[in-house]
Design a protein around this ligand. Structure first.
Ligand code: ATP
Ligand code: MG
Length: 417
């Protein structure tokens, strides 16, 4: 016994999911892979945060490259200017294609209209291109030109070598945040004429993406759209149970309970499963009891953050959160308005809208792929904040009411997913 090696936790939540720690997404990865290899194709992948978009995109890219194709992903989420975006694209292209395509970097650089600097990357030994240091101070028009110059050069290079290069731009909607609509139209123009590239544009700011792809938006009818929803609940539950077993634990249906407690976001489910595993590993058996304990452990760790979030809200917004957590009936029903002091129907709706804006709530039908259904029509963004409200902020209603509500189960939604 003492010599038995301690197995590592089979649920990973840091970075993106890879290898064995990657669950399902068979259909999504296949579609992404096809999109990344078909010349001229354009696909917009959008869905709420923590769903697993980036992990799926990277998995598809890995498969394309392993299969002899060419694809890379540039993460635009931290960019502060269009010049930063160009740098990200240049570096990602160099790091991935610099390994598989002979003379890729010199070829790419020779096709650029603008001048670039080359720097040896100590980690990989590759020489990576980047815009001149002053580029971030260029005016907006010049920065936009630089971005299309980079993409044009990749297209020319692909044409000359008779290959297709798949480019994934993660959090592509930031182009609008940084460069406004002009940059958006500029990028559309470039993407449209690149017959030797294929584009996957992924993003999580769904309302902005809806606007960009709507009738007046620059990306209207440019690309196919792929909503990125939750992993099928029963597939995910079975996968979690298999991973528990692979990690040396017996399980009697914990997977199903974990999926329904943690809601639709892949990361939240993985986080809950991870803590359950750590709690259950000594007894080598994970039970539904571990799930509530794990949930409490997570919210205890996040207590400061949740408390601060709570304190930043107005009393009415706090009451709306209590009503959504209690999940009895719609916010505009008389009983709910009275029980939770929601004022009139208009004020409750306004408070809910502000909570959506703040990223704490979402409408349960916000994204067709989410398949969430709640009595109030609203769902918490985070199942852990929901649990925090349930255990910490219902007490304020007085013991009678709090107890009455807590007689029902704490659940993320009310319908099967
Ligand atoms: N298919 C999967 N199998 C297992 N874990 C996954 C899977 N997809 C995502 N995850 C987990 O969820 C976390 C979030 O995933 P990822 O960053 O890919 O999501 P995202 O939708 O791109 O989120 P964001 O909008 O925040 O960028 C990852 O760190 C990973 O732990
Ligand atoms: Mg992402």
């Amino acid at each position: 016994m003492a010599t038995e090696q301690k197995k590592s936790n089979p649920f990973r939540i840091h970075g993106v999911a890879t290898g064995e720690s990657f669950a399902d997404r068979v259909a999504e990865v296949a579609r992404l892979e096809a999109a990344l290899t078909e010349p001229g194709s354009k696909l917009i992948v959008y869905g709420p945060r923590r769903m697993g978009k980036t992990s799926a995109v990277l998995r598809a890219i890995e498969r394309v490259n392993k299969g002899g194709g060419y694809a890379f992903c540039a993460d635009l989420s931290t960019a502060s200017s269009a010049a930063d975006m160009s740098n990200r694209i240049l570096a990602a292209a160099g790091a991935v294609l610099g390994r598989t395509l002979r003379d890729f970097i010199t070829d790419l650089v020779s096709r650029l209209k603008l001048s670039v600097t080359l720097t040896a990357d100590p980690a990989t030994g590759l020489v990576l291109p980047g815009l001149d240091l002053q580029a971030r101070d260029w005016d907006a028009a010049r920065q936009r030109e630089a971005l299309t110059d980079v993409l044009d050069a990749l297209n020319l290079l692909a044409q000359k070598r008779k290959i297709t290069i798949g480019i994934a731009l993660d959090e592509f909607q930031e182009i609008t945040t940084l460069g406004g609509e002009k940059a958006e139209w500029h990028l559309r123009g470039a993407i449209q004429r690149h017959e030797h590239l294929s584009y996957v544009l992924a993003g999580s700011r769904t309302r902005l993406i809806d606007r960009m792809t709507g009738e007046a938006g620059a990306f209207y009818k440019l690309a196919d759209k792929m909503p990125f929803g939750p992993i099928d609940a029963s597939v995910f539950a079975a996968w979690i149970d298999r991973r528990f077993r692979a990690g040396g634990l017996r399980t009697s249906g914990a997977g199903k309970e974990i999926v329904s407690s943690a809601g639709p976001r892949t990361r939240d489910v993985m986080q809950l499963a991870r803590v359950c595993y750590d709690r259950a590993r000594t007894l080598k058996h994970v039970t539904t009891k571990d799930i509530e304990a794990a949930m409490r452990e997570i919210i205890a760790e996040e207590n400061d953050l949740f408390h601060m979030q709570w304190r930043s809200l107005t009393p009415l917004q706090q009451n709306v959160l209590r009503a959504v957590a209690a999940g009895e009936a719609g916010l505009t029903t008389r009983q709910v308005m009275q029980r939770f002091s929601l004022g009139g129907t208009g004020s409750a709706a306004n408070a809910a809208a502000a909570l959506i804006e703040a990223g704490l709530l979402m409408r349960d039908d916000a994204y067709s792929g989410m398949r969430v259904s709640t009595p109030t029509g609203y769902a918490f963004d985070s199942p852990f904040f929901l649990a925090w409200v349930w255990w910490n902020a219902l007490q304020d209603l007085g013991p009678t009411l709090a107890q009455q509500i807590r007689e029902g189960p704490l659940r993320y939604d009310s319908g099967p997913r």
